[in-house]
Write a protein that binds this ligand. Sequence first.
Ligand SMILES: [Mg+2]
Length: 227
Amino acid sequence: MWSSRGAAQPVERRGKGLLLRAPRGHPGPAAETGHLGDNGAMTIPADTTLLATETLLVGRVFTVRRELVRLADGREARLEIVRHPGAAAIVPVAPAADGSLDVLLLRQYRHAVGAWIREIPAGTRSVGEDPRECAARELEEETGFGAGRLESLGAIWPAPGYTDESIALFLAQDLTPGCQNLDADEALGVERVPFAQAVAQALTGEIADAKSVVALLRAAARLGIKP
Ligand SMILES: [Mg+2]
């Protein structure tokens, strides 16, 4: 059933545009500058007006809504949107014996695509959880290592056509042994591979997970390593 515009939890009218606001408990926009911050929130300058929303599914991780919007030229459109609390993903690097760097990657089975894929550690933010805290928690849960140093690599929107999910990316260094604790729905193995090899695979497409490709390339730039 359609509800009035004001009932849409993550969306707030702000001036001529729409301020996309994270669900309750999520850290708010760092700055209304029109760009994607570490927490993934941003302001859309103008152009669409949310008229009504209809909740199609309230899932374990996200909510699916049908949103009726008026476009700048007056047309109306019905959009099916996944409203997501956001996530964090981490590039964990450690010194290799030869003086270069290794990276910890996951070999993880992804049911949606029916394949084992190589990706960096990542996880969904809990309600109210800071992206950095989420990154530290997911790193230890998935790899069994804690991070002495966690540096922001900015955020990404993995699929802005249909979801407001943002993923905050981090570079983790000074790794220390911790305690691996996998979720019940996780099937994965941890691999230590040369960092340069992982970056090369991100460029060739051998690593195809979007957040992993972006994070590996940003990490390489941050570390001054040429692919
Ligand atoms: Mg995960």
